[in-house]
Design a protein around this ligand. Structure first.
Ligand SMILES: [Zn+2]
Length: 542
């Protein structure tokens, strides 16, 4: 039987199951902001936490009462009542009611092994626990969902018992029964077969909740949808216990773009990448570059042949139009590159391609030569744009360095070192600026000194911030004599850009990247004021 339902709704558990991931934690404030984002994006159900398990989640539900959600419904999560007491006496169930959410979800046992060895009660006692808990909640809450924990293991071990547990939940008034692959070990065929049997037996709507321990959570979820479940539970970016939950970013994109479901509006879907990055950001985690659909590399082309082909027709090497999920096509310049990569970049930078054509060979040769020395332009597109401009127009420098000196001093063993830099530069009018600044390290001191000197000629330098600084040692075995590559990311509130420097001396490499960064800021401000730029990049991802 394969009877996909006409509609599917998304139930997000980023704030509950997602926070069970190693290294992931959200403050109450973070959680509230994520709820609002999920609501804007069009997620139907948002599970906010487990009020019985920790005070932070209780505080969240208290604060969430002030939220005015556009369409989403908030859910509180808990478990069936303790054995040996009545549901109405169970502290955790009472806390679920105090959360005052329109939806309450509780998890219960459906695998005989858990009932026997973990709870150590009889099967009929387990039925009572499920029935009593759900019936109690249903008297007070609009929508009650039963999460059938370890359902698929339970179904394999003792199908009759697992199905009976679900039947009891249905009889007690559960509005939806969510079948959970809690250990994340199932294959899509197992899921499909079990869902078919449950649908034949139980009339209540079904959901699916998959973990990703076999890297099959998305495939398992889509299989369950094909076989008739109407709710998908998961987390943004797939964060969660162990290897994580099913990644809703991939599920939503696949359901909507490949399987024809209308989960959100096309306009909302174009915020998918932004939503993904927002959650990574609040989790204080680096976004996963290779994340399907939304990652920085998801539509990045490097091989010259690929680049030539996607420019003729993007379908040659792209499974969807990246803009549908708010992503964009990128072309990387590297030693695998050809002429088409350079021309693509020129177009992206808003430079007249006809103007560039005569010098492409020269630029390509220079790029390859620099890459031989250890430069890399994949994260340093601003340096590349300056290089292209230099080849076209001769000069891109806005100042000339006359000299700098950096001093590092440590006066006592238990005192932090102090860095100071002095710098002399020549400005656009030939004026000389000589200045000094301190910093918590030599590069920071140099950055501060350069900034201070340049602000005299170019006040807009103050808008600029250094956002990230990375040093990579190239080639091993040479110890402290090895060449280093410095990548700097800067931003000015409107745009972010990356620059690169390479040298055996880390200060010199940093200087190159810093100088490029400041030059780029000045170059791009001038370009904007002239309005020469014809091809704008998306502001969020410059
Ligand atoms: Zn889970």
């Amino acid at each position: 039987m394969s009877t996909a339902s006409p509609h599917v709704e998304i139930y997000d558990t980023t704030l509950r199951d997602g926070t069970q991931a190693e290294d992931i934690a959200f403050t109450v404030e973070d959680k509230l902001r994520i709820v609002e984002r999920l609501d804007d994006f069009g997620i139907r159900y948002i599970e906010g936490g487990w009020p019985g398990s920790n005070p932070r989640d209780e505080a969240f539900f208290e604060a969430a009462k002030q939220l005015h959600l556009k369409q989403a419904k908030l859910a509180a999560f808990g478990a069936t009542r303790r054995v040996g007491i009545r549901a109405s006496e169970d502290m955790n169930l009472r806390k679920l009611l105090q959360a005052k959410t329109p939806v309450v979800t509780i998890v219960g046992k459906t695998w005989d092994l858990h009932v026997r060895d973990d709870l150590r009660i009889s099967k009929s006692q387990n039925f009572e626990v499920i029935h009593d808990s759900l019936a109690f909640l249903k008297r007070h809450v609009e929508t009650v969902i039963f999460d059938a924990e370890h359902f698929f293991e339970g179904f394999q071990a003792d199908a009759e018992f697992a199905l009976q547990c679900c039947q009891v939940a249905a009889d007690a008034g559960a509005d939806l029964i969510c079948l959970c692959d809690t250990n994340g070990g199932r294959l899509p065929e197992d899921i499909a077969t079990a869902v078919d049997v449950v649908r034949r037996t139980i009339a209540t709507p079904l959901g699916i909740h998959c973990h990703n321990d076999s890297e099959l959570a998305v495939a398992n979820t889509l299989a369950a949808v094909r076989h008739g479940v109407t709710q998908v539970q998961g987390t943004i970016n797939g964060i969660g216990e162990r290897c994580g939950n099913v990644n809703l970013c991939s599920v939503i994109a696949n359901l909507q773009l490949k399987m024809g479901y209308k989960i959100v509006s096309p306009a909302q879907l174009r915020h998918l990448r932004e939503l993904s990055h927002f959650v990574w950001e609040l989790a204080n985690a680096e976004p996963f570059k290779r994340q399907p659909f939304v990652g920085l590399s998801a539509f990045a082309h490097k091989g010259g042949l690929h680049v030539a082909a996607v420019q003729k027709n993007r379908l040659t090497y792209e499974h969807i139009d990246p803009q549908l999920v708010g992503n964009r096509q990128r072309v990387l310049v590297s030693d695998l590159s050809g002429r088409s990569n350079i021309l693509y970049k020129a177009r992206e930078f808003g430079v007249d391609v006809e103007e560039v054509k005569p010098s492409v060979r020269k630029v390509l040769a220079e790029v390859k030569d620099l890459e031989n020395q250890g430069f890399q332009f994949e994260g340093a597109e601003a340096s590349l744009e300056l290089l292209l401009q230099k080849n076209l127009n001769g000069k891109t420098r806005h100042f000339r360095l006359i000299g700098f000196r950096v001093i590092d001093e440590k006066r006592k063993e238990d005192e932090p070192p102090l860095s100071e830099a002095t710098i002399m530069i020549e400005g656009p009018d030939g004026g000389i600026e000589h200045t000094a600044a301190q910093g918590n390290g030599p590069v920071n001191a140099l950055d501060n000194a350069l900034r201070k000197a340049l602000t005299k000629f170019y006040p807009q330098i103050e808008e600029m911030k250094l956002l990230d600084y990375k040093v990579r040692v190239l080639g091993s075995g040479e110890g402290t004599e090895a060449v280093v590559r410095v990548l700097i990311e800067s931003g000015d509130g409107r745009e972010r850009w990356g620059t690169v420097g390479v040298s055996p001396n880390v200060i010199e490499a940093s200087w190159q990247a810093l100088a490029d960064s400041m030059n780029y800021k000045l170059y791009k401000d001038r370009k904007r004021s002239r309005g020469k730029r014809t091809l704008a990049r998306p502001a969020s991802d410059a």
